[in-house]
Structures are given as C-alpha cells and as structure tokens.
Ligand binder design. Structure first.
Ligand SMILES: *Cc1c(COP(=O)(O)O)cnc(C)c1O
Length: 471
C-alpha cells in the first residue's frame, strides 16, 4: 500500500541500516565537531522549513537532512569538552534500548499488556530504592519523564498523605494552610509543583543558605516555628542532594531530624547527585536519606540514559496508588487474578513509553561496578579541574564532593567580566561551560564533568582555553 509508512521490508532494512551508520559516523566524528553551534535563527528556521510535507522526500534524503541538522544546530552534550548542565553522553546500550522501546512500542498503562516491561521497571525501582537505603518491603516508586515530574509527584503524594480528602474536595477544602520549604538553590520545578497542586507559589518558603550554600538549619527552624504560630501547616521540605547550580548537598541527616520532629514530608531531590548510590563509600554524603519520605533521581543525568528517564521513589508503599488511582472501565484488567500493578494507576502519566528499558540495559551491561567506576572517574576529573584552576590563579567558589566546579577570575569577577569569558569559551566551539549566579551577589563560571569519556587531556585543554579567554 502506498502510504509511505511501512515502505516494505527492503526499504525498512535500508532505513534502519542507514540510521545505524549515521549513529556510528556521529560517534567517530564527534570530537571534531564544534561543541556548540552558531545560533542564527533565520538560517536554522529556513533549514527546517526546507522540508516540505506537500512534497515528501525519500527516506535517504530525509535521514541525511535530519542528521545534518542535528549535527550542525545543537550543543553536543556527548562531546568530551561539554562541561555543561547535567546532560550526559548516552551509551550504545541506551540507544539500543530506546530503539527497541520504540519498535515494540511498549505501552506501560496496564500490566497485562506489557508484563515484561512492568516487571523490569518494578525490579529496577526496588533495586535502586534499596541502594538509597529504603526497605525493600515498603519501598515503591515509578519512572517519570524527568526530575520535574518526580518533584511534582512528591508534592502531590505529600498532600494525599496529610489531606486524603483533597483528592475529591480539592485544595480549597484544606483548612490549615500547607506550606513548603526549600532554598533558592533548590530546583525551580517545586514552584511549578506548587502551582500544579493548587497550593500556589506563595505557599513556598525560601529558606536562606549558609556560607556553603546549604539550607540554614536555624533559619529553617525559626521559619517553621513562625509558620505554626501564624496557623500554617509546615507540610513539605525539599532538600537537595546536588544542586543544579553549585552541586551543593544539604545537611540531609539534620533536615531528616527536623522533619521527623515536625511530622513533615521530607523529600530529597537527588536528580543529579543520586548517582552516588553506585558507591557505598560516596553515599555517606547522603547519610539519613533513608529516612526521607521520597526521592527524585534522574537516570537521564549521571546515569547516562537518553532523555526522558526520571525516577520517583518513596518509602510509603500505598501512596502512589492512593494519589493516582482512578477507576477506568475501558482499561484492561485481565491479569488472571494475579496481584500486579498497573502503571497508569500510579503516576501522572497514562499511556507511557518503556522508560526503564534504557536503565535496565545499561545497568545489565555496565553492572553496578561499571557505574561505580564511571562516577568515581568523573569525580576525579572534577578534582583535577579544581587543582589546575587554582594553579592558574582562578578561585573556586563552591564546595562539593561532586564534579561541579564554580569558579571566578581573581581580578575580573563582575557579572559582565565572567559572561564575557564564558561567551569566548563557547564561541570558540572548543568547549562549553556556563555562567551562573550562585547568589544574587556571587557570579561564577560553572564547569561540570558530565561525560564519562572526559579525560585528563580534556581538563588540561579546558584550563588552557579559559586562561586564553581571560586575556
Ligand atoms: C535537573 C534537575 C531537576 C529537573 O529534572 P528534569 O529531568 O530536567 O525534569 C530537578 N532537580 C534537580 C536538582 C535537577 O538537577
């Protein structure tokens, strides 16, 4: 049939083979590509619109054009000189997994449609939850699109926990006014969570940070006391294990004590930093995390899964089901009397892809040990970068065991000085770093080792480029 959809067995094989060849070509040439593209909006738009749906092209032409577009107009986060946000280099196993997930189009709504996929995810959730120190019997969780969804999920679960009636009667039925606590270093997805939940962003208390950019414990306690006096309900605290800007780790143990005494929901956002679970030694930085009520961990960050792999974990077995279950008559229930979990009952998403597969296949090949080594390698590269920067007279501004390095020039440290250095580095196409405001008054350059292929020679090269850029 001439839909130009399936295209027949011969063409299908050609399409798939040519994509595989292109992927291989990408990896072979990646180190030679500029890390960041020149951004010319008109040029990019006209390139995109040169594809005309009234005049369809051949698969070969469209693959070529798409590949060229992606090569030319994208920051190559897989490049070993990408020292950017938490966007990793993916892996051949992750790519294979995404291709298989797309081929089988596994639909993780009803268990009975995809028992393999559902059980793979359940297995992963349990293994990962246990690594964080949760008890296998009470732990639960779900795969999500990313950390933002996982963070929103945490707030909705907390509301269900304290105010189950809100599920039907709405947020207006809550007489006490629930408030949540985070720092300005915490992730802004909690602001969205406050909006989506109906609490509103004014329900957020921004707690100041101390000199190390960690949540100030005394200020937190004082704010909680004041809120109680004023008739608010201190309900939810979001600590961060590896902040997005500076990689800072809040005092999880201490915060766990406070939230325990105050009977609050304690969430730890470890979207990036959660990868320390791969090394029991490193996990000591998160002492007390096992007492948290829920955790966010993104497999599409330091675990190298292709985009769209968040994980939400909780130690409250029933809470996801209580929060998200809706009876839907059209959903298949045929699991032959077995006690199983339908993913659509336990998540914000309904029809969703087999997110866990790329985590499963990666882990199955690298093993816990492969990840332990990869994480330690990147930490070492971060330490090397700090050393070399100090040797060259730069000043380090943050303090974290994670490979997130925030630094400044000693004499040229205004916003505009640092932005100018950053722009020079990025425009060179040789490396990608970013500019960040650690606080309102502390600008910094930020370089994070996000790539397991980044080696010593790349760190030396980055410092050379920086030394040139500061003039
Ligand atoms: C990246 C990040 C998020 C958001 O996760 P997405 O996967 O981008 O949705 C939340 N919290 C922290 C600490 C992050 O680094």
């Amino acid at each position: 049939m001439e839909f130009n959809l399936d295209l027949g067995a011969e063409k299908r094989k050609n399409i798939l083979e040519s994509v595989i060849n292109k992927i291989d070509e990408y990896y072979r040439n990646l180190d030679l590509l500029p890390v960041a593209p020149k951004l010319n909006l008109d040029e990019i738009r006209s390139y995109v619109k040169s594809i005309n749906f009234d005049k369809p092209g051949t698969p070969a032409k469209i693959i070529e054009k798409t590949f060229k577009g992606m090569s030319q107009y994208q920051v190559h986060t897989s490049h070993p000189m990408y020292f950017g946000l938490f966007n990793p280099r993916t892996t051949p196993m992750g790519i294979a997994a995404d291709a298989l997930a797309a081929t089988f189009n596994s639909q993780l709504a009803a268990w009975s449609h995809n028992p393999f996929a559902c059980e793979v995810e359940k297995y992963l959730i349990n293994e990962i939850a246990c690594r964080f120190g949760y008890d296998s019997e009470s732990a639960d969780g779900t795969f999500a699109t990313g950390g933002a969804e996982a963070n929103i999920t945490s707030l909705l679960c907390a509301l269900t926990h304290f105010y189950p009636e809100y599920l039907d009667k709405g947020i207006g039925s809550i007489k006490n006014k629930p408030v949540l606590y985070m720092t300005e270093q915490g992730h802004h997805s909690f602001i969205r969570a406050a909006r989506v939940s109906g609490l509103g962003s004014e329900a957020i208390r921004i707690i100041p940070v101390d000199a190390e950019l960690k949540m100030d414990i005394e200020a937190l306690q004082e704010q909680i006391n004041n809120d109680r006096k004023m008739g608010y309900h201190p309900m939810f605290l979001a600590a961060t294990a590896g902040t997005t800007g500076a990689g800072t780790i809040d005092r999880i143990d201490k915060l766990g004590e406070i939230t325990g005494c105050e009977k609050m929901w304690f969430h730890v956002d470890a979207a990036y930093g959660g990868a320390l679970i791969f090394d029991k030694e490193l996990l000591k930085h998160y002492t007390g995390i096992e007492r948290s009520d829920s955790i966010t961990f993104d497999a599409h960050k330091w675990m190298n899964a292709p985009m769209g792999a968040g994980i939400f974990l909780t130690r409250h077995k029933e809470i996801l089901y209580n929060t998200f279950y809706i009876k839907a008559n059209y959903m298949p229930t045929d699991s032959a009397g077995m006690v199983v979990e339908d993913p659509f009952s336990r998540s914000i998403q309904w029809s969703r892809r087999f997110i866990g597969l790329k985590v499963f296949m990666n882990l199955a090949v690298a093993g816990w040990e492969g990840y332990r080594k990869a994480v330690n390698h990147q930490i070492e590269m971060g330490n090397l970068l700090r050393e070399l920067l100090i040797e060259s007279g730069w000043e380090i501004l943050n303090s974290t065991p994670l490979p997130v390095v925030c630094f400044t020039e000693k004499t040229k440290k205004s916003d505009s000085d640092l932005i100018s250095i950053c722009n020079k580095v990025v425009a060179s196409g040789k490396a990608w770093i970013s500019f960040v405001k650690l606080t309102d008054t502390v600008p910094a350059l930020r370089a994070c080792i996000t790539n397991y292929m980044t080696e010593e020679k790349h760190i030396h090269a980055l410092v050379d480029i920086l030394n040139d850029a500061r003039g």
